[in-house]
Write a protein that binds this ligand. Sequence first.
Ligand SMILES: N[C@@H](CCCCC(O)O)C(=O)O
Ligand SMILES: [Mn+2]
Ligand SMILES: [Mn+2]
Length: 311
Amino acid sequence: RSAGIIGAAFWRGQSRLGVHEGPDRIRSSGLLERLKQQGCAVKDYGNLVFDDVDESSVGLLKSVAAVGGANRRLSEAMKAVKMDGHTAVMLGGDHSLAIGSIHGHSAAVGELSVVWVDAHADINTPLTTYTGNFHGQPMSFLLHELHSKVPVLPNFSWVKPCLSAKDLVYIGLRDVDPAEHYILKMLGVKVFSISEVDRLGVARVMEETCDYLTTRGKKPVHLSYDIDAIDPSVTPATGTPVVGGLTYREGVYITEHLSQTGLLSAVDLVEVNPQLGKTEADVQSTVNTAVDLLLGCFRRLREGNHPTDYT
Ligand SMILES: N[C@@H](CCCCC(O)O)C(=O)O
Ligand SMILES: [Mn+2]
Ligand SMILES: [Mn+2]
């Protein structure tokens, strides 16, 4: 297995400064070295350089052209990493980056499944959002079923919907807007909210997630992991924390399980904001958890591991 790392130091999908420091902070905590130590080949594609575009708003929508431009650049980069044969790792940056990440992944592999691990559904449209923050809207640009609900926006005309609602599963939802809840119900999207995690346990959630996604054939899986899915007591350094989240153990189990399917083709790790930890320990706990989640995506098991070239 090999990992292709892309840093997307982008924050204009939301309004709290600092999330652009995520990629370098995750790297400096030893992600690449730890991946190599566990037998994974690693290629670091560095941090994307985003053109300066006007950050003007369109009505409530903030930094529209900047978000569209950054995601177009990311989409091109993701496609290139996948064409190079790696499992792609996109380090955010805010969750609006999932637009480019999933779009570029799909440009390389065609049809894919998405597992979205998050406290939030991020499925507002530009017309239902009440904050204007694009990190709450990425899914609306990606789903075929919502295409007619998304208005034409500057720097977004390159985005082509690339995901069907039946190929999407949410895990960890606990802060969903009414409009989002209506959309999820209307489209019949598969959701394992935190209540289902409580009711079923994470092992059953993952079994059902994988059964659901593979009934119509095995597609490459795109795991979009928002660090705020994890409980804020573990990962406080993030922009939209919500109490009652996944434990560290549940969070890592999700990645161990998906890694063992052999279908994991790209991972986003977003919304780590080093400026939002009250203490350095808060930041380190958040970043360490992000690194451990990513290591779990590349076959690290908590039971222990040894080099495959041992007999
Ligand atoms: N639903 C809220 C909060 C979104 C949180 C975004 C995060 O999950 O990436 C909004 O639309 O602004
Ligand atoms: Mn979130
Ligand atoms: Mn999110």
